[in-house]
Structure formats: C-alpha cells, structure tokens
Ligand binder design. Structure first.
Ligand SMILES: [Zn+2]
Length: 296
C-alpha cells in the first residue's frame, strides 16, 4: 500500500492543508491545516510541507512518499509548468513548478515528483474520484466562496482549454455592472461571490443568508441567487453535464437548493427544465486534497 501514498497539499490564501492520501483508495490517512506562510513564498511553503509530511507519516508509521501533489489557487500554463497568476497568494505568482520541486527536494533530501493543478479543478477531481460525482463522465463543479472557481470534467477528462485556462465560470458574464477582481465587468463572481454579497450587505454571508431565509428582504442575497441561477443555466445549456456540483463555504448555506432551483428553472430552455441535477459537495474542504492526490 505504501507505494500508492502521496503527500497532498491544498494551498489557499489563508490556509495550507497538508494531507497523507492513499491514491489507490483516495482515503485521507491524516491531514493538518496551518496559516499560509509569508504570502505563500516557495521556501517557507516547502518547509511547512516537509515538516507536516514528516509528522503525518510518523503518525501513520510510513516513510515520507516522494510524490507530492498540490492544489494551487491560480491560473496555470497549459503545460502545467508555471502558475501564471495567483491573485490571493502573491508568493506563488509566476512561480515555476521546477522551483517548487527544487525547494521540496532540498527539504526532503532526495528526488521528489511534484504535480499541481488549479484548486477548483482539484475540487472537481476529488468529488469525481470519491465524492458525490463518482462515476459521472460529465460534470461541472462550482466553488462558492469569496471568489467563484470552477472545474469541468467532460468525457471523463479534466477540461484544460487551448491555453490552460478553461473552466473560469466565475467570470461568466451574467449581468450588467459589477466590477470583478479580474478587471472585467458583469462577471458571476462580482455578483455571487460571498465577498461581493458581504460588501453590499454590510455583514458576513452567513448572517445575511439567515436573515434572508427568515423572510427579511435582502437584495444582495437575491442578487447572489440570481447571478448563480444565470451562470448555472448557461453551463447546463453549453455543456449538458450529468450534474452541476456546488462546493465551497456558501454551498453549505441551509436551504440553498430550495432557493436556487426555481430561480434557475426560469432561465432554462424547456427540455432542460425539471431534468437537470444540482448536487452539493460531499467531501467539503477535503475535496481539493483528494483531487490533488488523484493527479498523474
Ligand atoms: Zn472576473
């Protein structure tokens, strides 16, 4: 079993999670989260990964695997050898895979095989490997958080695109207005990212959502639901997936599907209406870790 073990790492703007995952069964044998070190720069990140990998492997009674898989928050080159843009982790902006490999090899004292993938793509791979989308050939996953990420699996393969940037559904144009963090206008993320909802509502997403569910008029929550309904309807029309899976913090808002499905129905073409599936992530925060372990 030991040969199928991998160190899986989920790098976020605030938190880095390191896990020991069996890539045969996709079982997470152990995982631990820490604040992202010093803007996510390569050297402290490699130190953190090595330290936590040692601890996890010590607890499991196995030697540290030479296989590291990473979920990273950014747009990657088509060849997956460089992070082109990592808005929330400046330390990884423009970083090459070989820099990370070299830092990890320095820490671990031997050759290491490192692969990485966009975190929302890893999320989709995780739900596909062991979660709610297991066995599906065609699925689209949205991560609903401050920003909105997306991963697309078509015909059993992750969709990469001609330049490596396919599946940026957070930047689907859903409505007039709303300046997006990417520099564009009218994007889904600018209307339905929890960051946008909180900026408009003047409170945290969870309490705004609870007020809305209790019957208080909340235009920013209506705007969140409407943007998401438009974006998801467009995705169903464009790709006809078996399911759209919703993950990320806001996907766990109580009653989300109950509110969302009727709104989406209004935007769907007749043959799609009543026959599309929307599912909530089963693995939650562990999905990107499991998906990363599935790489390669
Ligand atoms: Zn955008």
């Amino acid at each position: 079993m030991e040969c199928s073990l991998r160190i899986a790492v989920d790098v976020g703007g605030h938190t880095v999670t390191v896990g020991l995952v069996d890539a045969g069964s996709f079982q997470v044998l152990g995982h631990v989260s820490h604040p992202t070190p010093e803007g996510g720069s390569v050297a402290p990140l490699a130190r953190l990964i090595r330290r936590e990998a040692s601890r996890l492997c010590g607890d499991a009674g196995v030697s540290i695997p030479d296989q590291v898989r990473m979920a990273v928050p950014g747009m990657l080159s088509r060849e997956r050898d460089r992070i082109l843009k990592a808005p929330n982790v400046p330390g990884l902006d423009g970083v090459w895979l070989r820099q990370v490999r070299s830092a990890l090899e320095g820490e671990m004292g031997g050759p290491v095989r490192v692969l990485w993938e966009n975190d929302a793509n890893c999320y989709a791979l995780g739900e596909w490997a062991r979660g709610v989308a297991r066995g599906m050939g065609d699925l689209v996953l949205f991560t609903l958080g401050t920003g909105i990420g997306c991963g697309i699996i078509l015909g059993g393969r992750l969709l990469i695109g001609s330049r490596g940037m396919a599946g940026e559904a957070g930047h689907l144009v859903v409505r007039d207005g709303g300046r997006c963090g990417c520099g564009g206008v009218g994007h889904l993320e600018a209307h339905s990212g929890t960051g946008a909802v909180e900026a408009l509502g003047g409170g945290d997403f969870r309490s705004l959502w609870e007020e809305f569910r209790a019957g208080v008029s909340r235009t920013e929550v209506e705007s969140f639901l409407d943007g998401l309904a438009r974006g998801m309807a467009s995705v169903f029309h464009l790709l006809d997936p078996q399911a759209v899976v919703l993950g990320g913090g806001a996907s766990r808002a109580e009653g989300l599907l109950e509110e969302l499905l009727p709104r989406m129905g209004a935007y769907l073409a007749e043959p799609f209406r009543g026959s599309v599936r929307v599912l909530i992530s089963q693995l939650g925060d562990l999905a990107p870790l499991i998906g990363a372990a599935a790489l390669g």
